[in-house]
Write a new protein. Structure first.
Lengths: 270, 486
């Protein structure tokens, strides 16, 4: 009986399978990234841009932003922070029309509020499209992705449709216009998207003696990062702070926690 | 005669109640069917007067039901059926034949004036008389009874007492005594009938300036055929546009089905457009909703709204990606038109600032074609920090606990969950626009503005931020949730 040596538990040497994986990876890149001209717009947050392919948000790709559950595990009461983060992304695309597609909520409708959005971009650039049915929403987004004058297409929906996601992704690749999906609730992890972000509100900075609201803080997790640089963390996450006076979004230095801004979190299901 | 009397006389009398609405609907339907001959179709206004019980002007004949009338201005339409007068004859014959095929008994008469045609259609005796040649209305009307003048029954009765039985009898009477005795109406009716006084026909639908039509020898029903016909219609219409140097803002396609009903669909564009492929693309979304029924025998494409052509050339070569925001060349307008034609124009909008300090009035949705100047929102940018990223269209009432009534909330209940308030910013007092009167007896529940609102931005124990306000005075205050902050 052969003795079990510690070698048997070591990771397999870089053999054919690793080469194959690398080949698949290159094929994927050739299919998606290279055809889109590998253009990306940096988010303006160096810590995050370093992990993203081409140093920013790929233009011809589908990005998903979802509102994460609260720290106590409940469904987020609202997607205000996710909307803010999406608006920050939209604001990075400086020219052209922003096509904003949404489904009206049953009961009272909750519209994005332009005075707040004007922090990130000129709300006059928005064309707001309301579609009652999911298929109309995805159709409107796809039509937008085929129009050269559009800077970015954002869709607000709860629907997660793999086929629709793939179609959006392909349309975005073809025209190099970014497509974004904003979700008020986390969607199933199966998706074709290039990046997926989960944004949760975080408490204001603690300032002893002052109980006023501070700058808005968001916990942002990069849950999926196709073609991106590998990270030390399984799922990199940052605590961002939005300075509404300088219109600046930056990672909060967390010297007190001992880490350099990256917060290690448990990997959630998916 | 009363119904009881009639039943006594004929015991087996079959009676049905009158249905003025159904009559009206049917006449409307026939009128819209008549659009195939001319865009200038009107329902005889005297008929409408009869149907209305309070009508001042009652005419001797006409009215919905029994003898409702339609007025068609077919000036310049006869050529579709033949040359000159023969064409007009053929048009009339076609109209009567098609209507009788649908089991309607009808009489059509054609004359230079609406009044003459009205009289001939109702009182003309010989079939040959019904077509009145050019300038022949004086002779044609002379033998007709005075009832053909569209007068009220009491005037007609007095005419008969005086022995004025035929319209021709009035020709020789001096005008002054006639008008002194009977008022102006008989004379003006006579002048209208003879063409001395203009009588405009007011069409049911405003007649479009541009239209093109296509009729089929055999009714068509397949979607591809309808699409192909639409393509040809658009091409023909665009040629007319080019000659007139205009572009369409609205197009309407009407399908005339073999069973006499009409199906219509319309598209709108955000700027004058005469690009055939683009217009066809807009129609593609709509064609699916059209129902050809048992077949379509005629299609008419009309442009109810046109505007002066502003575009440069009809076909521009593809210029790469535009570097700057140019609404005209980057295809955004065409995109908006396409979206609007499928989703409805009210669902494709832009956001414009509105001069108000009330948060819910600041943002208004305007039609896509409205220009919102770049930087129009800059004035409002100063308040963005204090404003939520989402605003509830209807503020939701919440239950709030505060230490003392005037205090900011300690916790609030919304959607059956209690949010503990950790941090507060406020209040920001926003007063009502006192120059707009507040509807009496209503609370702030719906879209009604309270006199004073105290807004607070609060953060709950999860870090989620909300925008709340207290409505009204401290003792009777109610709390509402109005927005979600970033």
């Amino acid at each position: 009986m052969p003795a079990i040596s510690p070698k048997d538990f070591a990771p397999p040497p870089a053999g054919p399978s690793a080469a194959l994986r690398e080949q698949v990876r290159r094929l994927e890149r050739a299919h998606s990234v290279q055809r889109a001209g590998r253009s990306a717009i940096p988010l303006g947050i160096p810590e995050i841009d370093a992990l993203l392919p081409e140093g920013g948000l790929l233009t011809g790709a589908l990005h998903e932003i979802e509102a994460g559950p609260t720290p106590s595990g409940r469904v987020a009461p609202h997607d205000g922070p996710a909307l803010g983060f999406a608006a920050h992304m939209l604001g990075r695309f400086e020219h052209g029309t922003i096509l904003w597609c949404r489904q009206p909520a049953i009961g009272g409708d909750v519209l994005p509020y332009a005075p707040a959005l004007s922090a990130w971009f000129d709300p006059a650039r928005i064309v707001m499209v309301t579609a009652r049915r999911e298929e109309d929403l995805f159709w409107a987004m796809e039509e937008g992705l085929r129009t050269p004058g559009i800077a970015a297409v954002l869709g607000e929906t709860r629907a997660s449709d793999l086929t629709a996601g793939r179609r959006l992704s392909l349309a975005a690749e073809k025209s190099s216009i970014p497509a974004m999906l904003l979700r008020a609730q986390p969607a199933p992890p199966q998706s074709i998207c290039t990046t997926r972000w989960r944004v949760t509100s975080a408490p204001s900075p603690e300032v002893p003696g002052i109980e006023m609201l501070g700058a808005a803080r968001w916990q942002v997790e990069l849950r999926r990062n196709r073609f991106g640089a590998p990270s030390v963390d399984e799922m990199p996450a940052w605590l961002l702070e939005w300075n509404d006076e300088t219109n600046h979004l930056a990672v909060v230095p967390q010297a007190r926690d001992g880490s350099s801004g990256t917060v290690r979190r448990e990997r959630l299901a998916g | 005669m009363r119904l009881a009397d009639a039943n006594t006389l004929i015991p087996r009398l079959v009676t049905t109640p009158t249905e003025p609405d159904a009559d009206r609907a049917l006449v409307e339907q026939i009128a819209s069917w008549c659009d195939r001959y001319t865009p200038w179709v009107a329902i005889d206004p005297l008929g409408a007067a009869l149907a209305d019980p309070d009508a001042k002007m009652i005419c001797s004949a006409g009215g919905y039901g029994g003898d409702a009338g339609l007025l068609l201005d077919v000036t310049g339409c006869g050529h579709l059926y033949g040359q000159g007068e023969a064409g007009e004859h053929a048009l009339m014959a076609d109209l009567v034949q098609r209507l009788s095929r649908h089991d309607f008994t009808c009489r059509a008469a054609m004359a230079d004036t609406a009044g003459a045609a009205w009289a001939l259609a109702r009182y003309g005796e010989k079939q040959a008389d019904l077509f009145c040649p050019h300038n022949g209305q004086r002779d044609a009307l002379a033998p007709l009874p005075v009832d053909g003048l569209r007068l009220d029954p009491s005037t007609l009765e007095r005419f008969l007492k005086l022995g004025l039985r035929r319209i021709g009898d009035l020709y020789s009477i001096p005008r002054a005594p006639l008008s002194r005795r009977f008022g102006d109406l008989p004379l003006s009716r006579l002048d209208q009938a003879l063409g001395r006084l203009a009588e405009p026909i007011e069409p049911r639908r405003p007649p479009p300036l541009f239209r093109s039509r296509i009729s089929f020898a055999e009714p068509i029903g397949r979607g591809e055929d309808i699409a192909a016909a639409t393509d040809r219609l658009i091409l023909a219409l665009c040629r007319q546009f080019e000659q007139a140097s205009v572009g369409a803002r609205k197009l309407e396609l009407a399908l005339y089905r073999v069973d006499g009903s009409v199906d219509r669909t319309a598209i709108g564009t955000s700027r004058p457009n005469r690009d055939t492929p683009k217009l066809l693309k807009l129609f593609e979304e709509k064609l699916g909703t059209l129902d050809p029924g048992f077949g379509v025998e005629l299609m008419i494409l009309s442009a109810p709204e046109v505007e002066e052509w502003t575009g440069a050339q009809d076909s521009l070569p593809e210029t790469g990606t535009p570097t700057k925001f140019s609404w005209h060349e980057d295809g955004t307008i065409d995109l908006a038109d396409r979206l609007a034609s499928r989703l409805g124009a009210e669902n494709v909008v832009r956001l414009a600032p509105h001069d108000s300090h009330l948060p819910h009035r600041v943002q208004v949705a305007v039609p896509f074609a409205t220009a919102v100047p770049e930087g129009a929102w800059a004035r409002l940018a100063s308040m963005k920090g204090a404003r939520p990223t989402r605003l509830l269209q209807r503020p939701e009432e919440i239950t709030v606990t505060a230490a003392i009534p005037d205090d900011p909330p300690r916790q609030f209940q919304w959607h059956r969950h209690t949010h503990k308030v950790v941090r507060v910013e406020g209040p920001e007092r926003i007063a009502d626009e006192w120059w707009h009167p507040r509807p009496a007896g209503k609370t702030a529940a719906a879209n009604i503005v309270p006199p004073v609102r105290d807004y607070y931005r609060v953060e709950d124990n999860d870090g989620a931020r909300f925008w709340l306000f207290r409505d009204g005075m401290v003792n009777t205050a109610k709390w509402y949730l109005h927005g979600f902050c970033a």
